[in-house]
Ligand binder design. Structure first.
Ligand code: AN7
Length: 375
């Protein structure tokens, strides 16, 4: 090997500079926009041996691990754009309603930008990790005795009366930032996947991802458009039933939403891509949650496991079979990407409850070896 080529192979990779710098030309920023970033994005796209094995050749399943973002969820992609634009516009305070992750991201990015943050959360129904984030980042937290949908209505009303910038996904800059998830997937795979599977709550993310694929497709970077498959929790599945759910309920508190703000856009993503939006039960969610942790080594929060629960449910019904016949080339794999929206450490209580906490033991070799299965 020549000196020149060996120095090429050992050259330093360019440092990652966050989603705005990576995808600047696709985003509504100008040289005048002060960029507020925690270097979000560039998250792992992991091959899942466990899930690919369940579908069999030529299906290949990948996991987009959005829990690896700085505040532990995909919300950082949208928040870097929303907060940067809020600073550019001279805003002093940001406001959101949240099932937890939006408030975690809003409060972190607001802290970094020197803005005040105000968050409305459904009291008693947000995971401990998320609450701890909003509190430690200095947000003014209102724990409201109502569900997310009521909190979002209150946010709209407050924003009409006070000089605050709403950073829920009704803020279009959030959608712009979140579309970068689709860009990264295409850049890593070299094309769009055949199927894109994602949890659905307020439906901002499926809206953003579909927008991202369409934009990349238009400039020839996606190759094709994926089929969009969205999954709601059964007890909170208004898009599936076609009716607002007044009292949404699920262990996946992140997607405990009965009247999604981006409902219409989610239907467009589904229909334009010839996809589906379906419901998965809490039991299916918890099975997928444990499978990911125990067979792939990937710890996600329950809501995130909805995409994998959906994959397994559709596979069982042989939904993916016809794709075999539709392949243009027989040697081509069929690519599926499941979005894993948030980190498992957001909701540690659920992990412990779903497995059973270990009972305390005396410091005795025999008792310990028996308890851990070393006979
Ligand atoms: C882990 O934080 O709505 O369909 O207020 O935290 O774009 O709402 C969170 C949503 C999926 C659903 N997975 O995304 C909030 C909030 C996780 C989430 C969703 C959320 P959208």
């Amino acid at each position: 090997m020549s000196a020149a080529s060996s120095s090429t192979t050992t050259s330093r990779p360019a440092p990652w500079r966050g989603v705005i710098e990576a995808y600047r030309v696709f985003l509504p920023v100008s040289p005048a926009t002060p960029i507020v970033t925690l270097l979000e994005g560039n998250t792992p796209l992991l091959y899942s041996k466990a899930l690919s094995g369940r579908l069999g050749e030529p299906f290949r399943v990948y996991l987009k691990y959005e829990g690896a973002n700085p505040t532990g969820s995909f919300k950082d992609r949208g928040m870097t754009v929303a907060i940067s634009k809020a600073v550019e516009a001279g805003s002093r305070a940001v406001l959101c309603a949240s099932t937890g992750n939006t408030s975690a991201a809003a409060s972190a990015y607001a802290a970094r930008a020197g803005l005040r943050s105000i968050v409305l959360i459904p009291s008693g129904n947000i995971a401990m990790g998320k609450l701890s984030q909003a509190l430690i980042h200095g947000a003014r937290v209102a724990a409201v005795n109502a569900n997310f949908d009521v909190c979002l209505e209150l946010v709209r009303t407050i924003a009409d009366r006070y000089p605050v910038t709403v950073v829920n996904s009704i803020n279009p800059f959030r959608i712009e930032g979140q579309k970068t998830c689709a860009f990264e997937i295409c850049d890593t795979l070299g094309r769009a996947p055949d199927f894109h599977l994602t949890p659905v709550g307020n439906a901002g993310n499926i809206t953003a991802q579909w927008k991202g694929y369409r934009e990349y497709h238009k400039i020839g970077r996606a190759g094709r458009l994926p089929v969009m498959l969205g999954f709601q929790a059964k007890g909170a599945s208004p898009i599936v039933s076609g009716r607002v759910v007044k009292k949404p309920n699920t262990i996946a508190t992140a997607i405990r939403i009965g009247n999604p703000a981006s409902w219409r856009q989610a239907l467009a993503a589904r229909d334009e891509s010839h996809g589906r939006i379906e419901a998965v039960t809490d039991r299916q969610i918890l099975e997928a949650y444990q499978l990911l942790a125990q067979e792939d080594g990937v710890f996600v929060e329950p809501a995130s496991a909805a995409s994998v629960a959906g994959l397994l449910a559709l596979a069982k019904r042989r939904y993916f079979r016809p794709a075999l016949k539709q392949r243009t080339r027989r040697d081509e794999p069929i690519l599926l990407v499941c979005i894993l929206t948030g980190h498992g450490l957001k909701d540690p209580e659920r992990a412990i409850q779903s497995i059973r906490a270990p009972r305390p033991l005396p410091p005795d070799l025999k008792a310990i070896s028996t308890a851990v299965g070393l006979h």
